[in-house]
Design a binder for this molecule. Structure first.
Ligand SMILES: NC(=O)c1ccc[n+]([C@@H]2O[C@H](COP(=O)([O-])OP(=O)(O)OC[C@H]3O[C@@H](n4cnc5c(N)ncnc54)[C@H](OP(=O)(O)O)[C@@H]3O)[C@@H](O)[C@H]2O)c1
Length: 288
């Protein structure tokens, strides 16, 4: 198959390229500098030239708090970007795998969210990501797959794991919120999941893909300290109201993998095993 990976310089995008490198597929990975997905003419030209079987869209506006102050900019990238890709693929015959987020839900559930559960984003970021999901599904209903994920960390960029690894060296103790629950997901495992879906091309629609199991940010921070060889007791539980942020965070973000597994796709390993593997395989990039 021929793949086009957009946002190829990001956490997921760069891991998609790493995973695809071992598959024998033809792959073009384009960073933001090489393809701005908000530019319809540029998207048209690249897709017409490359004629990918599938576009894997890892380009996104992921600055959740900044989006509250500039929802238009977030919408251009998270809404119009995937719409541009879907429109051009509708014309040229390819499909789109578009990556989305747990933030499309309001976080009030008490059991894992299924793909068909009602969406109710509470943040600008969540609203713009939902707009992108809808655009792709409406413009390319027969050849589009939305993959929602959550709590992603990888080798590049700012993420919770790298932040905790830095703070471990700077502070004696650390207060971390213990009232938000989700599934930490290594971008390498997510990339492998996205490639498995792209190869299998199950029924078009919405799928959930995270490492399995769940914890709180506090639980994750303790596990990171343990991976660093530091004492997890230095991490202390606190509550969200002690850390006001511009964008509200969902209290409960766990995504059900039932539909993913029912489609014959491999469940991702438990989050703590993935974290251990990430520190074993790319630990130098996670540590400061
Ligand atoms: N990170 C998470 O915790 C999380 C959780 C749930 C869902 N997701 C979703 O997972 C996907 C991948 O996220 P990620 O963590 O890999 O994000 P990321 O590291 O921020 O990567 C996003 C990439 O998009 C690029 N980009 C920005 N504007 C662009 C444009 N106009 N055209 C093309 N590329 C552009 C960015 O380039 P620059 O760096 O140069 O700006 C960056 O390389 C996204 O759809 C995100 O919404 C992420």
């Amino acid at each position: 198959m021929r793949f086009l990976v957009t946002g190829a310089g990001g956490q997921l995008g760069s891991d998609l390229l790493r995973v695809l490198a071992g598959t024998g597929h033809e792959v073009a990975g384009l960073t933001r500098a090489e393809l701005d997905v908000t530019d319809p003419a540029a998207v048209e030209k690249v897709v017409a030239d490359l004629r990918p079987d599938l576009v894997l869209n890892a380009a996104a506006y992921t600055a959740v708090d900044a989006a509250e102050a500039d929802e238009d900019a977030a919408l251009r990238l998270n809404g119009e970007g995937p719409a541009n890709l879907a429109k051009v693929c509708a014309l040229h015959g390819g499909g789109v795998v578009h990556v989305s987020t747990d933030y499309v839900f309001d976080g009030t559930a008490t059991r894992p969210y299924e793909p068909g559960d009602p969406t109710a984003p509470r943040s600008a970021y969540g609203r713009t990501k939902l707009a992108g999901e809808r655009a792709v599904r409406e413009l390319l209903p027969e050849r589009s797959w939305v993959v929602r994920t959550a709590w992603v960390y990888g080798e590049s960029g700012g993420n919770f794991v790298r932040t905790m690894a830095r703070l471990e060296g700077e502070k004696d103790t650390l207060d971390v919120v213990d009232d938000q629950r989700g599934s930490p997901t290594w971008s390498r495992d997510l990339a492998a999941g996205v490639v498995a879906l792209a190869e299998a091309r199950p029924r078009p629609g919405i799928y959930h893909c995270t490492n399995s199991g769940d914890t709180t940010w506090y639980g994750l921070a303790r596990a990171i300290f343990a991976e660093l060889g530091a004492d997890p007791e230095r991490v202390r539980p606190t509550t969200t109201d002690r850390f006001p942020r511009p964008a509200p965070r969902p209290a409960y973000s766990v995504l059900s993998s039932a539909g993913w597994v029912a489609a014959g796709l491999p469940a991702l390993r438990p989050w703590d095993q993935a974290l251990h593997a990430a520190f074993s395989e790319v630990g130098d990039a996670l540590r400061p």
